[in-house]
Design a protein around this ligand. Structure first.
Ligand SMILES: NC(=O)c1ccc[n+]([C@@H]2O[C@H](COP(=O)([O-])OP(=O)(O)OC[C@H]3O[C@@H](n4cnc5c(N)ncnc54)[C@H](O)[C@@H]3O)[C@@H](O)[C@H]2O)c1
Length: 368
């Protein structure tokens, strides 16, 4: 079994415990060391609860990476966004493979530096773009690859959430507070938090590359400094077009990531809140609902299906699937099949382009 360390994911944190559970589900890696918080007491409290040795609980990520180098197989960085860059860097400097949550860094300059460092040192650098881990997303990717929907003409992807429909960041909400703070979040709020998932998912599934975009970033909640909603028009290297909408102020929505891809021979539709189904709409035929785990699944996708058809899977197993590939690459040299630093870098370049496009407002035409 591989051994890993975690940076971030302290008491009361949101996504760190999800990574720990996902890794435990796979049974491929065991948590052995941590710097879960900037506060050593909190790190110790959680680490002891998790059954870790006290002498492997550290005050700083730098201390952890220096003293654990050679003793852990990889590290997981699940801190707030401002701490991704220094923490991934200290892992790489100490020759530790690393999985970092999204968005990768604050700037593309930082992302380039880390990607180059990982490449030069022969280290694996993963970015946990969760939705790439869903079996039905893999199914969609394989169907597109074998030409089931023909040439892609248009893509529509939306990701609305409603938990920031009020200014909860002013009420001490721990996850909202840093996300709404320009210094800590990297000058963007929902574009980094949920827009980044759209940015990754579309090229991951379709193989297309965004070459041009026009974005409008909105702040819908009064008094908030950063974007909580945004619309983006996209053009791809093949000439296909797209339209993205992301929001965390979409009142009443929960986690409505929806992907729709239209080719000249058919369409595909997937909704994250109903993740075990992929809708295939062949030209001039009735829509087919492909069920996860059924014989209609293609082999590459079936490999990531865990429970029998009709017994729902979900988000936790999507994280586990990312780690399934990441751990197999580290342990057995399996071909990497997880979002990597290049994906993370492309994501940050996309964010920078959206911010710039929105700032310049060049797309608008007044009605006379
Ligand atoms: N992939 C996904 O679907 C997904 C979902 C949610 C969050 N995220 C990402 O995960 C990251 C964490 O988000 P969250 O909602 O769990 O945040 P959170 O505020 O709940 O947790 C962050 C944790 O990191 C710790 N921390 C911060 N700086 C640290 C440092 N220098 N050293 C050690 N610990 C440190 C904090 O004490 C806290 O325990 C963010 O980058 C976010 O974008 C990804």
């Amino acid at each position: 079994m591989l051994k890993y360390a975690m940076i971030g994911g302290g008491p009361g944190a949101f996504v760190g415990q999800v990574h720990r559970r996902a890794l435990a589900l796979n049974g491929q890696a065991k948590l052995v060391a941590g710097c879960f918080s900037r506060d050593l007491e909190k790190t110790k409290r959680l680490g002891l609860e998790l059954g870790l040795d006290e002498d492997r609980l550290y005050a700083t990520p730098e201390e952890l990476t220096r003293l654990e180098a050679g003793d852990v197989d990889f590290a997981v960085v699940v801190t707030s966004n401002e701490a991704h860059y220094p923490n991934v860097k200290t892992c790489l400097e100490n020759s530790i493979h690393v999985m970092c949550d999204k968005p990768f860094t604050h700037t593309s300059h930082q992302a380039v530096e880390l990607v180059e460092m990982a490449r030069d040192k022969g280290l694996h650098l993963g970015i946990s773009y969760t939705y790439a881990g869903y079996p039905m997303i893999r199914q969609a990717r394989e169907m597109i690859e074998r030409g089931d929907i023909g040439t892609i003409r248009f893509i529509n992807c939306e990701y609305p959430q409603g938990w920031l429909a009020e200014a909860v960041e002013t009420t001490g909400h721990p996850q909202a507070e840093w996300r709404a703070d320009p210094e800590r979040s990297g000058g963007i709020l929902s574009l980094g938090d949920v827009g980044s998932h759209i940015e990754h998912l579309v090229p991951h599934v379709t193989g297309l590359v965004v070459t041009r975009l026009a974005a409008r970033l909105d702040t819908l909640v009064e008094g908030r400094e950063l974007d909580d909603n945004g619309t983006i028009l996209t053009e791809y290297n093949t000439g296909a077009r797209g339209m993205y909408w992301y929001s965390q102020a979409a009142t009443g929505t929960v986690n409505g990531l929806k992907l729709r891809i239209f080719g000249d021979k058919g369409g595909l539709e997937w909704f994250q809140e109903e993740p075990d189904h992929l809708y295939y709409m062949p030209l001039n035929e009735s829509t087919q609902r492909i069920v996860r785990g059924s014989p209609a699944m293609l082999p590459g996708a079936q490999r990531f299906s865990h429970t029998p058809p009709g017994h729902p899977e979900g988000w936790l197993l999507a994280f586990a699937n990312l780690y399934k590939s990441f751990c197999a690459t580290i342990e057995y040299g399996e071909k990497p099949d997880f979002p990597d630093g290049e994906d993370g870098l492309r994501g940050i370049r996309f964010i920078e382009a959206c911010v710039e496009s929105s700032r310049r407002e060049t797309l608008w035409q007044e009605i006379n």
